[in-house]
Design a protein around this ligand. Structure first.
Ligand code: NAD
Ligand code: GLY
Length: 352
C-alpha cells in the first residue's frame, strides 16, 4: 500500500492499494470513532462494490445507511443533492457522523458537496472507483453539482478526511470509462513528468495501475498544496480541458469527457507546435500516445462552432481565456489568450 499525505487546509492521507475496499471500516475508524455512516453511491457502483464497503463499515461498528441514485452526470444536480440532505436530516445525522462517497467523479463531487454543506460540514471519505476519480476528482477537495446553466456551477472547496483507492475496483469498469480516465493520466505526463510519460509509452496503464495512480495523485497533491483554491498554478490541471469543454458542449455531451479532453490535448499540442512553443516531434508524441490508448485526436467540429462554445464558457473571464500550453513533454505554461485571439489558436490547433 502506498500512502500519500496531502497537506491542505485539512491534511489527509490518500491510500492506494489492492484490497483496501474490504478494509474500509478499519481505515474509517482510524479517522473518526464509529458513528452513523452514509454510503453515497450510484446504483451501478453500489450493486458491484457497495456490499464490501457496507459490511466492512458495519464490522468496525459503524451504523450504515446506503443512499443511492441513478448512475450518470444527469444525477449530479440540485434535486439529488436535496434528496440526500433530506435523508440525512430524517435519519438524524449529526456533525460528528460520516459521509462515504463510493464511486466515480459524479458521486465524489455530489457526496463531497453534501458533506461540505450538511450542518455546515461533516467529515467524508472518498472511495474512487473510476480511473478519473482515482487520479483526479477524489483528491483536492473540489465538490460541486451542476445547474441547468452549466456543469459544476455550484460547489465548495472541501477536503476529504481520507481517500481510499483500491485499484481492484477498477476491474469492473467498462472499457470506454477506463479509457476516458487514461486521458487524464496522460495529461499528468504532458503537464509535468516526462519520465512518467515515457513509462506510459512503454507499459500500458492497466499493467501498472498502482504505480500510475500513485504518480498522478502525488502530482495532484503537489499542485493542490501549492494552490488549493485554484487561483493560479492549479489551473494547469485544465490542460486539454479548455478546448475539451467546448467540444463536449457542441456535442451536447454525447462526446465523453475523456474523449473531449484527449481531442483538446491534441489540439493544444498542435497549436503549441504551430505557434512555436513546442517542437514538432514532441507534439507528435503527445498525439501518438493518446491514439495508442484508443483516444480520439481529430476534432469533428469547425472553428466557428469551437470559438462560440469556448467564448461562452461560463468560467472564463469576459475578455480572455487561460490556456495551458505544452512547451514540450513534461513542461507547460499558462497563456492568457484574449478572446479576440482565440480564432488564431483554434486554427493553429487544426480547426477548420
Ligand atoms: P461517473 O462517476 O459518472 O462514472 C462513470 C460511469 O462509470 C458511471 O456510469 C458509473 O456508474 C460507472 N462506474 C463507476 N465506477 C465503476 C466501477 N468500478 N465498475 C463499473 N462501473 C463503474 O463519471 P467519472 O468519469 O468518474 O467522473 C466524471 C465527473 O467527475 C464529472 O461530473 C466531472 O465534473 C467530475 N470531475 C471532478 C473533478 C474534481 O476535481 N472534483 C475532476 C475531474 C472530474
Ligand atoms: N480537476 C481539476 C482540479 O482539481 O483542479
Amino acid at each position: 500500500m502506498n500512502t500519500i499525505r496531502v497537506s491542505a487546509s485539512r491534511p489527509y492521507d490518500v491510500l492506494v492499494g489492492r484490497g483496501l475496499l474490504e478494509k474500509t471500516g478499519g481505515l474509517a475508524a482510524g479517522i473518526v470513532a464509529p458513528c452513523k455512516a452514509a454510503v453515497i453511491s450510484d446504483d451501478t457502483v453500489f450493486r458491484l462494490h457497495g456490499l464490501s464497503a457496507v459490511r466492512s463499515l458495519e464490522a468496525a461498528g459503524f451504523s450504515v445507511t446506503a443512499l443511492t441514485f441513478p448512475a450518470g452526470e444527469a444525477s449530479k444536480n440540485l434535486a439529488t443533492y436535496g434528496r440526500i440532505l433530506n435523508h440525512l436530516a430524517a435519519d438524524h445525522f449529526t456533525r460528528s457522523d460520516l459521509i462515504v462517497a463510493l464511486g466515480g467523479g459524479v458521486t465524489g463531487d455530489l457526496a463531497g458537496f453534501v458533506a461540505a454543506t450538511y450542518l455546515r460540514g461533516v467529515s467524508y471519505i472518498q472511495i474512487p472507483t473510476t480511473l478519473l476519480a482515482a487520479v483526479d476528482s477524489s483528491v483536492g477537495g473540489k465538490t460541486a453539482v451542476d445547474l441547468d446553466a452549466g456543469k459544476n456551477l455550484v460547489g465548495a472547496f472541501y477536503q476529504p478526511s481520507l481517500v481510499i483507492c483500491d485499484p481492484d475496483t477498477l476491474s469492473t469498469l467498462p472499457r470506454e470509462v477506463f479509457r476516458d480516465g487514461c486521458a487524464e493520466v496522460i495529461k499528468y505526463g504532458v503537464l509535468g513528468n516526462r519520465t512518467f510519460f515515457e513509462e506510459l509509452e512503454t507499459t500500458p496503464a492497466e499493467e501498472q495501475l498502482e504505480h500510475v495512480i500513485s504518480v498522478c495523485v502525488e502530482m495532484k497533491r503537489d499542485v493542490v498544496q501549492a494552490d488549493e483554491f485554484d487561483r493560479g498554478e492549479r489551473q494547469k490541471l485544465n490542460l486539454g480541458h479548455s478546448f475539451g469543454h467546448a467540444i463536449e458542449k457542441i456535442s451536447a455531451f454525447t462526446v465523453s469527457h475523456g474523449s473531449a479532453v484527449a481531442m483538446g490535448m491534441a489540439m493544444i499540442a498542435r497549436a503549441a507546435e504551430n505557434l512555436g512553443f513546442c517542437a514538432p516531434a514532441e507534439a507528435e508524441r503527445i498525439t501518438a500516445l493518446l491514439a495508442r490508448y484508443g483516444l480520439p485526436t481529430e476534432i469533428p467540429y469547425g472553428a466557428e462552432d469551437l470559438y462560440q462554445a469556448a467564448r461562452s464558457d461560463k468560467k472564463i473571464g469576459a475578455n480572455a481565456i487561460q490556456l495551458v500550453v505544452p512547451d514540450g513533454i513534461g513542461r507547460c505554461h499558462l497563456e492568457k489568450v484574449p478572446v479576440a485571439d482565440l480564432p488564431r489558436w483554434l486554427a493553429a490547433g487544426g480547426a477548420k
